[in-house]
Structures are given as C-alpha cells and as structure tokens.
Design a binder for this molecule. Structure first.
Ligand SMILES: CC(C)(COP(=O)(O)OP(=O)(O)OC[C@H]1O[C@@H](n2cnc3c(N)ncnc32)[C@H](O)[C@@H]1OP(=O)(O)O)[C@@H](O)C(=O)NCCC(=O)NCCS
Length: 217
C-alpha cells in the first residue's frame, strides 16, 4: 500500500513538473523594482587592483571588442554591444589585467522595462545590464561601480540615476542599496511567449519622482 501511494506521488509530481515546465515556457511572471539615486559629489574609492573603464561608440575598435567579449562571456547575444553603442549607450566597468571583470551599461533615453517606459529627462541616466564574472563576485565590485557612475556622470551634469532589478535578485538588490539607491517604484507584469507584456500592477513608492509611462497594459 505505501509503495503504491509512493508511485502515485512520483507520477503526480512528474506530471506537475512537466506541466510547470510547459507553462513557464510560455508564461512568466516578473516583478521589477525601480531605484533612484542622486549624483555623488565625492570620488569613491576604487577596488584594489582595478582600473575604471568607459567605452563608447567613439572608442577604439579594440576597446569595443573587449566589451563584446565580456558580454558574450556573460551570456549576452552576439552583436548586442554594437547595437547599444549605435544607440549612444556606454559600457563602464572595472578592468583587471586587461579584462572587464565587472561592467554595466548606461543609456540616456528609450529605456523600457516590460510594459513600462521609463520617462526620459535631460539630467536622468538609466543604468542596466550589470555583470560581474563568477570568479570576481563578492568583492564589492558592483556597488563600487554604481557609486563610481554616480560620481563620474554627476560631474557631467547628470543628477538622477535610475536602475531596475528583478525582485528575486537578492545579490543585485544588496549592491544597489549599498550604492545609496532608494526604491521609487515597482512594476509587476506577465510575459507571454517571451514577447507580449501584460501589466499586472505599477506602484509609485515615491510619486515625487515621476518615472513611469505605462503602455500595453
Ligand atoms: C549581481 C552581481 C552584479 C553582483 O556583483 P558583485 O560584484 O559580486 O557584487 P558584490 O560583491 O557586492 O556581491 C553582492 C552579493 O552577492 C553575494 N554573492 C552572490 N554570489 C556570490 C559568489 N559566487 N561569490 C561571492 N559572493 C556572492 C555576495 O555575498 C553579496 O552579498 P551581500 O551584499 O549580502 O554581502 C553579480 O552577482 C552578477 O553578475 N549576477 C548576474 C547578473 C545580474 O544579476 N546582474 C544584475 C542585474 S542587472
């Protein structure tokens, strides 16, 4: 009798896991947190043994190739870096021995997250797609980089820095908090077939900083 029940359990859990896998291929629930910080006026300390690096569309091809290599190693699609440079985005990061060990992107405009468009503003900068190589994690590179960006681009006249993160990404949330960001909004949505976005909820935690333009909801 116990054996029969065990077999049934196994069959049911196998069926449930197949159903879950099937559904999650077509239907994904996402909850994004949006954070804001002002510029930082004092130069942050750089992690020991690193150099700060900025790469733009005007950088030498070898510099842009280095970004492409780091992006591919991070699992990003081929050519995405070039596409972003074409849009005017910049890649910034920490270099160690000629390689980017921790990096992320900044853009000035057209930042969409699911069904939400983050509103452009002249002094607003969007930070996105950060990555630290597996071997370099846990050394504080990420929060140090975010602080560096608040300082570096603050000197160029940007006064508002916005970053979004999946609510399940504890490592990233911790780094964002350490770099002095405060949560200002939250957007929940469902992704169908990897391309259709259905808005579930959007909350402005700090309405003083109007950020979201919602469409397709
Ligand atoms: C999120 C991420 C950028 C953090 O980079 P990082 O340079 O390791 O940042 P930190 O050194 O501040 O570590 C952040 C937290 O991750 C923890 N951590 C996670 N994996 C770790 C690992 N393999 N080794 C060491 N620490 C790790 C650290 O302990 C730390 O936790 P704490 O803040 O509670 O002490 C990195 O984990 C990463 O690239 N993740 C995959 C991509 C991603 O999620 N990007 C962010 C969204 S855009």
């Amino acid at each position: 009798m116990p054996l029969a029940r065990t077999r049934t359990d196994v069959r049911q859990s196998w069926t449930a896991s197949k159903v879950n896998a099937f559904v999650s291929r077509f239907f994904r629930q996402t909850d994004l947190l949006i954070w804001r910080a002002g510029r930082s006026d004092s130069p942050p300390s750089m992690p020991v043994g690193t150099g700060f690096h900025r790469v733009t569309a005007r950088s030498r091809p070898a510099e842009r190739d280095r970004v492409e290599i780091a992006m591919r190693a991070a699992g990003e699609p081929k050519g995405l870096a070039a596409e972003r440079f074409g849009h005017g985005d910049e890649c910034c990061g920490w270099m160690v021995n000629g390689a980017l060990v921790s990096f992320g992107w900044i853009t000035r405009a057209d930042r969409n997250i699911g069904p939400a468009e983050l509103l452009d503003a002249p002094e607003r900068l969007f930070l996105f797609n950060f990555h630290t190589t597996k071997q370099a994690r846990g050394r504080g590179y990420y929060p140090a980089l975010l602080l560096m960006l608040r300082y570096e681009f603050g000197r160029e006249g940007f006064s508002e820095f916005i970053i979004d993160v999946n609510s399940r990404n504890a490592a990233s949330i911790s780094g964002i908090e350490k770099a002095g960001f405060r949560m200002v909004a939250r957007v929940g949505f469902q992704v169908l077939l990897n391309c259709l976005y259905l808005l579930r909820s959007a909350t402005s935690i700090d309405p003083a900083h109007r950020l979201l333009d919602l469409h397709g909801g």
